[in-house]
Design a protein around this ligand. Structure first.
Ligand code: IPE
Ligand code: IPE
Ligand code: MG
Length: 253
């Protein structure tokens, strides 16, 4: 995490690069990583957690403020129960093992996605992770778990509809900003850069609203092999992009 004695701007690798405020990652390829080694898919997911730890640390050191990672999608329920259970178990272990340290380092954790339908023990841990880190503001780690972009938008619409029905909200006042305030990422900047590993070129229902203008970077590397050097590579690619947001380039006639 960035600290006073090690400011991110003095990091020798990040010199002269503009560091995006918010990076989102689709951590894909755990199963293929394990398959290639004759290991069970769950072993790939375990190594994926190690890659996540490395990435959170690297992101903090590089001066990134927000990191949003895709851990379990609403579509991942289609996997065999044993694999779903293994993924749930890994989230539990991650929170149990890492929460105290992340809290100490000033990380604010938010879990994005649908809470209903999560096993009770997970729901309790997820609430605890958010509660214990609620006062932190050094670094924001969003874990998308039981998350789907369409589900998030539909749930936001439902909440908004209820506010209208209660008489708390006038439909004429529903702007993009108002709608955004009902999303799981309420109050956060949109991601500037989205990275997907494993050579797949799709969003798989991740951050459909928030990714409207983010830069997309796809790598062939499988998630368990991801490390700081890949993160730096993505930031370099991001720096070569020209973000126009629909306007024309400065200097055009
Ligand atoms: C990403 O790895 C982790 C989750 C989707 C939970 P995968 O499990 O999708 O790995 P591949 O894509 O099958 O290799
Ligand atoms: C996306 O990966 C979800 C996560 C990384 C958690 P998937 O492996 O589930 O996506 P598809 O099935 O290739 O689209
Ligand atoms: Mg996959």
């Amino acid at each position: 995490m960035p600290t006073d004695d090690a400011p991110a701007t003095s990091d020798r690798h990040a010199d002269a690069l503009s560091v995006p405020a918010h990076i989102a990652i689709i951590m894909d390829g755990n199963g293929r990583w394990a398959n290639a080694r004759g290991m069970p898919r769950a072993a790939g997911h375990e190594r994926g957690v190690e890659a996540l730890r490395r990435t959170v640390e690297a992101a903090g050191n590089l001066g990134i403020r927000y990191l949003t990672v895709y851990s379990f999608s609403t579509e991942n329920w289609r996997r065999p129960a044993a694999e779903v259970n293994a993924l749930f178990g890994l989230l539990k272990t991650f929170i149990k093992k890492d929460l105290a340290r992340l809290r100490e380092e000033g990380v604010k954790i938010r879990i994005l996605g649908r809470r209903e339908g999560l096993p009770d023990d997970i729901a309790v841990l997820v609430d605890k992770a958010e509660r214990d880190t609620a006062e932190n503001n050094e670094f924001f780690l969003n874990i998308a778990f039981n998350y789907g972009g369409r589900e998030e938008i539909a749930r936001a619409a439902r909440k908004l509809g209820m506010a209208v029905a209660r008489g708390d909200l006038d439909p004429a006042d529903v702007s993009e900003d108002v709608f955004e305030s009902y999303l799981d990422t309420s109050g956060m900047p949109d991601p500037d850069l989205l990275i997907r590993t494993s050579g797949e070129y799709r969003l798989s229902n991740f951050l459909l609203w928030q990714a409207a203008y983010c830069e997309l970077v796809f790598f062939d590397v499988l998630w368990p092999d991801f490390d700081r050097s890949w993160l730096e590579k993505a930031i370099r690619i991001y720096n070569e992009r020209e973000r126009r947001f629909g306007a024309v380039t400065t200097g055009d006639a």
